[in-house]
Design a protein around this ligand. Structure first.
Ligand code: ADP
Ligand code: MG
Length: 238
């Protein structure tokens, strides 16, 4: 009986993961489709055309890596952790997020409250997937525009902190309690799988994640990772 229960649970989890894959893969493919459509508009500068072409390919690459990532996610052996520079990781996502933000009339602000690099041990694709999901949620919470603020800092506890803040619709206490539960969504086309995956990936990488929110005012998500030793040493000499 125990084995049967175990199997039932496992299959349910696999079904959720399959749903999550299609959800997450749709975003970059939609962007690819958008760039390909824009390429067909004619009379475009060679440079612009080349930029669109690159973004279109990036979208497909991103979709491929998400699939790979989820497949890895079901296996014990995962992507190799390496030293990540928080500034570079965020910079690599802006070409994806900026057009989405612009479409909703959202101003994007990025602050790094530290002069030197802040690095930590993490798995780059997982981290990017988490940040993308969180920024997308923030953008979706501001359909009539607002400000998306991404800020990084070093904490007293030798951690690197990344906050993603929006000035959107916010969440009630009840909603806040339920985020991250599989299939909890308040969106017409939502799946409620994004944060489930985000929270588990952050934990897999040894990080922490906290949300605070107020209805009608906005939401702040803070992620923390332990700073790697070299980054701590640098803090010491500041
Ligand atoms: P989905 O985006 O498909 O709905 P998520 O797991 O990403 O699934 O989010 C679950 C729910 O949490 C959302 O439907 C929304 O109600 C709430 N939520 C998440 N992020 C925010 C945010 N930044 N502002 C307001 N609500 C949010
Ligand atoms: Mg989401």
């Amino acid at each position: 009986l125990i084995e049967e229960l175990f199997n039932a649970e496992k299959y349910q989890m696999m079904g959720q993961l399959a749903a999550a894959i299609s959800h997450e893969v749709r975003n970059p493919l939609t962007m690819t489709s958008g760039f390909l459509q824009m390429m067909g508009k004619g009379s475009l500068h060679a440079e612009t055309l080349e930029r669109y072409r690159k973004h279109a390919i990036e979208g497909i690459d991103q979709a491929t890596s998400i699939i790979t990532d989820y497949l890895n996610y079901t296996k014990p052996a995962v992507e190799e952790a390496r030293q990540l520079d928080v500034q570079a990781e965020i910079a690599s996502l802006t070409p994806w997020i900026a057009p989405l933000a612009a479409m909703s009339g959202i101003e994007m602000r990025i602050y790094h409250h530290h002069d030197d690099p802040a690095s930590f041990l993490g798995e780059p694709k997982k981290l990017q997937q988490c940040l993308l999901n969180l920024m997308k949620n923030a953008i979706e919470a501001m359909p009539d525009g607002g400000t998306l603020t991404i800020a990084t800092k070093k904490t007293e506890l030798d951690q690197v902190s990344i906050t993603i803040a929006d000035t959107g619709i916010g969440m009630s206490k009840m909603q806040l309690k339920r985020i991250g539960m599989p299939f909890f969504t308040t969106k017409e086309k939502g799946t409620g799988l994004g944060l489930m995956v985000v929270i588990s990936l952050i934990h897999v990488m040894g990080g922490q994640i906290v949300f605070s929110s107020r209805r009608g005012q906005g939401t702040v998500c803070e992620i923390r990772f332990k700073l790697s030793d070299t980054a701590i040493a640098r803090t010491g000499t500041e």
